[in-house]
Ligand binder design. Structure first.
Ligand code: ADP
Length: 707
């Protein structure tokens, strides 16, 4: 017994005792066992290439060969007569003793420690997995056990490797099954070797049904060119990608995006199998097709829209944003500007780059916020018939009428516009960006025609003045001489006719004068002869003069100023006042009070003249256009009151030419008040002297038969 385990000696002895009294009949057992002499045993062990040892029933090593001793790092002498447990780690000792004793009850040749991970312990204390096969034997007629010991380190290592590999494969298979793609492995002939759940879902066949079948036959695959071309490519580069048409179990044809990869044999690098991944892209293709169709249609519609726009004689532009970036335009617009306006470019940049200027009809430069386009975009104003003149890059001036309309459209945001200059990306145009449609009409020809018309009117009016003056002179002389008793006395009706003739020539003279003024104004030839004029005395004079011929009206002039000096053309201001007062009288056919009031606005340094009547008024719906040429209100015409519709137009132009303003307030059936302001002389300061009541005496009228 070894000194290493003195504490267990009694147990082992007991075990040995137990072992020597097996439950089997000893004679039966021994009769079946091989019999060896000690010498034979020692020889047998020496010859054997395996590591062998012989233990007695007490578990003591009786014989051990060199291989076995070396396996544990001992010499044979160091182990003989030592307990077998010396070769085992301490933790196995108890279990091993039990096993050994158990073996003794059924001593058949068999591996020891089945189900146990037996470990050997070398002399240096290191451990290694061992496999021990036991065989009972009779040595010198005594029952012994022969053990063959094998170091199974490598075997264990390989087993572990295999277990890990199996685990990896099972994880991989689970993963492959989780994938939505159809995954197959095919052999080189195209037979299905592996078929995942995705393949089953895509094609409808279960793995059981699919395995071993020819994939192309099963799926009725149509190749883009041919299966041979696919195989050639696969062999050449090791992979192939493309689209196939395949049919599933229900006969549904589908477009499949497929990737095939050649798997080479690990050892000889020959192609061993083909890894195939497929995905149904039928729906994606259908959607792409639908999108492409819509895109083509949209392009066609846009092209058609552009053709329509280009066919229009007027210039059309659609602009967006606070910088008026161009969205759409047509050919006529390019000829209006005299240069093409690139889509996406802000209007100001375009005009500056091309040296284009926008000016008013009067010739004054138009400020950016005065452009019809900007008014529509920034103020949301609908600008109609705005007169602008385009100074083109060539220097030519083109009169245009501009209509600019703000647009409310949600659709333009999705327009795919080549927006090269814009920093916006498609689809990023601000939802709240203003949008406007701008239409330019080249009115050069109209202007020319208008010019000729004005010229014609001007010349005609001018030519009419002389014969009219002669007529007026002749009628006046006739009336005067008859009144003085020269010549044959005239009958009453003859005198009446002559007076009618006199009034008619007056009216004709007024009309020709107005026409001449209009034509001068249009041609920009109406110049003012400004002098320092007292507006108070001028107004008083006009009121007084007109009162003489207004028998049914009372003209009243009031002011709190003694004098109001202004640099004006006195004749023209008198013309304006005459016209306003004449209208007040004319359009109050029932007579009544007509108030003329003069006042000042100190802050603006202007004089204001008000002419107020309580006549027929101007219908609300016609008020906006009443300063237009030849404009007459319906109620005036239906009342049979004569007029040309030129007076207010001239008044308005004359007051504005003086730097003042003319406007009115009117209620149909109640009366009208016209307001005219005129800048006071810069060095004039109003005295503010109050004069209550009418300034001039109220003049009771001589009769005026007609206006
Ligand atoms: P005319 O009096 O010759 O028609 P005007 O240009 O002076 O032309 O006036 C234009 C129109 O304005 C008139 O025809 C009339 O309808 C309207 N109008 C002008 N003044 C008055 C007024 N004081 N009261 C009512 N209507 C007026």
């Amino acid at each position: 017994m070894s000194n290493e385990q003195p504490d267990r000696s009694s147990d082992l002895k007991q075990e040995a005792q137990t072992a020597t009294t097996p439950r089997h009949s000893e004679s039966t057992r021994n009769a079946e066992l091989p019999v060896l002499t000690r010498v034979d045993g020692a020889r047998l062990l020496e010859f054997s290439p395996d590591a062998l040892l012989l233990i007695n029933t007490g578990g003591t090593i009786v014989l051990i060969n060199e291989q076995a001793a070396a396996l544990f790092g001992y010499t044979q002498a160091e182990l003989i007569d030592h307990p077998l447990e010396k070769l085992l780690p301490t933790r196995f000792h108890a279990a091993h003793v039990a096993h050994r004793l158990n073996y003794a009850t059924t001593p058949l040749p068999r591996p020891m420690g089945v189900g146990l991970d037996l470990m050997g312990r070398r002399k240096d204390g290191s451990e290694f997995p061992v496999d021990i096969s036991l065989r009972p034997i009779l040595l010198e007629q005594v029952y012994h056990v022969m053990g063959a010991i094998r170091d199974i380190t490598i075997q264990r290592f390989l087993e572990r490797e295999r277990a890990q590999q199996t685990e990896r494969i099972s994880q991989l298979t689970t993963l492959i099954d989780l994938a939505h793609d159809a995954i197959q492995v095919q052999d080189q002939l195209g037979r299905i070797l592996f078929w995942n759940r995705g393949a089953q879902e895509l094609y409808g066949w279960s793995a059981q049904e699919a395995l071993g079948r020819m994939a192309h036959v099963l799926l009725q695959t149509h190749f883009p060119e041919s299966s041979a071309a696919v195989n050639t490519e696969l062999e050449r580069v090791g992979r192939w990608e493309g689209e196939l048409i395949q049919t599933d179990r229900q006969g549904r044809t589908m477009i499949v995006e497929c990737r095939r990869v050649l798997i080479a044999d690990e050892h000889n690098h020959h192609p061993a199998a083909i890894f195939v991944i497929a995905r149904d892209i039928t729906e994606r293709r259908r959607q792409e097709q639908a999108r492409a169709t819509v895109h083509t249609e949209t392009l066609a519609q846009r092209a058609f829209l552009q053709e329509l726009l280009d066919a229009l004689p007027g210039g059309v532009s659609v602009v967006h944003g606070h910088e008026a970036r161009l969205l759409l335009t047509n050919r006529a617009a390019a000829s209006i500007w005299g240069a093409p306006w690139p889509v996406g470019q802000p209007m100001r940049t375009f005009l500056e780059e091309r040296h284009i200027r926008l000016v008013e009809a009067s010739g004054h430069a138009l400020r950016e916020n005065g452009w019809a386009t900007m008014r529509a975009l920034l103020d949301g104003e609908t600008v109609l018939q705005h007169q602008e003149v385009v100074r083109q890059p060539s220097g030519a001036s083109l009169p245009v009428l501009v209509n600019a309309v703000p647009l409310i459209s949600a659709h333009w945001q999705s327009l795919e516009v080549p927006d090269a200059q814009s920093h916006d990306l498609p689809g990023q145009k601000g939802i709240r960006e203003p949008l406007a449609l701008v239409i330019y009409q080249d009115v050069r020809l109209l202007k020319e025609a208008e010019y000729f018309k004005e010229e014609f009117i001007g010349i005609t009016a001018h030519e009419l003045r002389q014969p009219l003056a002669a007529l007026k002179g002749a009628v006046g002389t006739l009336l005067l001489q008859t009144a003085r008793g020269h010549g044959t006395p005239l009958a009453f009706w003859q005198q009446e006719m002559l007076q009618d003739l006199d009034l008619a020539t007056d009216r004709l003279t007024d009309l020709t004068d107005d026409l001449l003024d209009v034509s001068r104004l249009q041609a920009g030839r109406l110049s003012l002869q400004r002098t320092t004029t007292d507006l108070v005395s001028l107004t008083e004079r006009v009121v007084k003069r007109l009162q003489q011929t207004a028998n049914r009206h009372q003209l009243e002039c009031s002011t709190n100023q003694v004098r109001l000096e202004a640099q004006v053309d006195a004749r023209r201001i008198e013309q304006v006042l005459t016209n306003l007062l004449t209208n007040a009288v004319k359009y109050s056919p029932l007579g009544g009070l007509i108030r003329v009031t003069l006042s000042t606005h100190v802050a603006e340094h202007v004089a204001e003249i008000q002419v107020q009547d309580s006549g027929m008024g101007i219908p609300a719906h016609q008020q906006a256009r009443i300063f237009g040429r030849f404009m007459r209100a319906d109620n005036a015409q239906s009342s049979g009151i004569n007029g040309t519709g030129l007076g207010l137009y001239l008044c308005h132009a004359l007051i504005e030419q003086h730097g003042g303003q003319l406007w009115f307030e009117s209620t149909e059936g109640v009366g009208s008040t016209f307001f005219a302001t005129l800048p006071l002389s810069p060095d004039f300061s109003s005295n503010g002297e109050a004069q209550t009541g009418p300034l001039s005496e109220t003049v009771s009228a001589e009769s005026v038969s007609e206006w």
